[in-house]
Ligand binder design. Structure first.
Ligand code: F3S
Length: 446
């Protein structure tokens, strides 16, 4: 990688918001002047932008897209349907990030939303957020709004507008990326904040990585021998993620996961590993793309294993990990004494809100409990939110238990999410344990 590229994408920083660039100001003009050409094919219009014909912001954005495209061998830019931009919480981007965004001018060319910010935009005082933080956070949101980005701060943008199979996107929140690729069959790389913003303002992204079919084939087979359910899917992702790294796992399961269970599996795989796409045999939409020339484990071999009945039309990667479900169950059994129970990582679905109400059985909670939800999605389910609030639970919009500084005030958090289990200790300095939604609510009512 050339020195110049390193300068642009210096230090990807892995955070719950996806890979967020450390924001480095690109000295105006210096980069283009010192750059001796690019390898991608740009159209005349794209080249005009690249050369600054549509102003310095778009030039900067195009430089980011082209630099990434060249690094990863893209031949061209492709149009995207939407963007989801990380790098929103003042807790994670600080003043340097705010300054960088504030200096930009332009308008998003595609629908674009934001990742969760550090507070509920309207109820930040009740979260114990201090005014200085709130003002800075508000400045960040306004800076994004000025760029035509909707101040909808959620890690589940697919509850707002569901991408279609095959759509190209530029999303940056790692769990949303995993969901879009795996559950919906849309195509997005795990963008950093600036590259998602660049894609939003240009309306395009470089065609590399998971935008290309060949890169979406599974690389490792994960065999889970016993049925699992609910939060155990998040725990499974937490256990398997580090073993898979940035591979593309295909799971053979003894149980059929719901959409929420897939959401939790992907979120945990993406945070404890760097997975951006997974498949589940007989469940997710792209399992049929395996090309015969890549067949590695076929029917013959599988038939020798009583407990692994796979239809003959499937061929799976030979590299294989057998999951010890005991490790998943053990993780689920270590609860300790939480002083905060936090649900909604990723932001809760309507079904998950209903599950919480069912688990409450009309009771009031006796501990601090947060449920994190996207604002627009929650407004559609206002009756459910009211019902949950009656129990004493705090339903928070726009934010979450990881990116809000308010979470740092607790000692031990109980969650129903493998992703939160991974990030709460490192991002909030708070111990964490995982249980099912029912166990979390039981703990809250104890
Ligand atoms: Fe969303 Fe925060 Fe979890 S951004 S995925 S609720 S860590």
């Amino acid at each position: 990688m050339g020195k110049l590229y390193k300068k642009i994408i210096k230090d990807f920083e892995v955070s719950p918001e996806g890979r967020v660039f450390k924001i480095l100001p690109l000295p105006k003009g210096e980069y283009s002047k010192s750059f001796c050409g690019y390898h991608m094919h740009l159209t005349n219009d794209e080249e005009l932008i690249y050369n600054g014909g549509q102003g310095p912001t778009l030039q900067k954005m195009m430089e980011i897209l082209v630099a990434l495209g060249d690094i990863y061998g893209a031949e061209k830019l492709i149009p995207i349907k939407s963007a989801q931009i990380a790098g929103v919480s003042y807790k994670t981007i600080g003043d340097a990030g705010l300054e960088w965004i504030s200096d930009l001018k332009g308008t998003a060319k595609v629908p674009a939303v934001l990742n969760p910010m550090g507070m509920d935009r309207t109820a930040w005082e009740s979260m114990g957020i201090d005014k200085k933080f709130a003002l800075k956070q508000e400045e960040i949101i306004r800076a994004y709004e000025k760029l035509g980005i909707k101040a909808e701060c959620t890690c589940t943008p697919y509850y707002l507008e569901r991408p279609r199979f095959g759509d190209h996107l530029a999303w940056s929140e790692s769990s949303a990326v995993c969901f879009a690729n795996s559950v919906l069959g849309a195509r997005t790389n795990r963008e950093g904040g600036p590259s998602a913003l660049a894609a939003a303002l240009v309306g395009k992204t470089a065609e590399y990585g998971l935008h290309i079919k060949e890169n979406r084939y599974p690389t490792v087979t994960i065999k889970v021998k016993e049925p699992i359910h609910g939060a155990e899917y998040g725990a499974l992702g937490y256990v398997v993620g580090p073993k898979v790294g940035d591979g593309v796992p295909i799971f053979t399961l003894k149980s059929t996961p719901s959409e929420d269970e897939l959401k939790h599996l992907g979120a945990a795989l993406a945070s404890s590993g760097a997975v951006a796409l997974f498949h589940v045999l007989d469940v997710t939409p792209e399992q049929y793309i395996l090309p015969p020339e890549r067949m590695e484990v076929g029917k013959q071999e599988l038939e020798n294993e009583d407990d692994w009945k796979v239809p003959s039309r499937y061929f799976l990667p030979r590299e294989r990990i057998d999951v010890d479900v005991g490790a998943v169950k053990k993780l689920m059994s270590e609860h300790g004494e939480p002083d905060l129970i936090a649900l909604g990582c990723p932001h809760a679905s309507k079904q998950e809100l209903e599950d919480i109400i069912r688990a409450l059985k009309g009771r009031k909670v006796k501990k601090d409990v947060w449920v994190c939800v996207g604002r627009s999605a929650a407004e559609k389910d206002a009756a459910l939110i009211d019902e949950i609030r009656k129990s004493g639970i705090k339903v928070l919009y726009d934010t979450c238990m990881v990116v809000s500084p308010a979470a740092n005030n607790f000692k031990r958090m109980m969650v129903n999410s493998g992703k939160a289990l991974k990030y709460v200790p490192s991002m909030c300095g708070v111990e964490a344990s995982i249980g099912t939604t029912e166990e979390c609510i039981e703990e809250a009512c104890r």
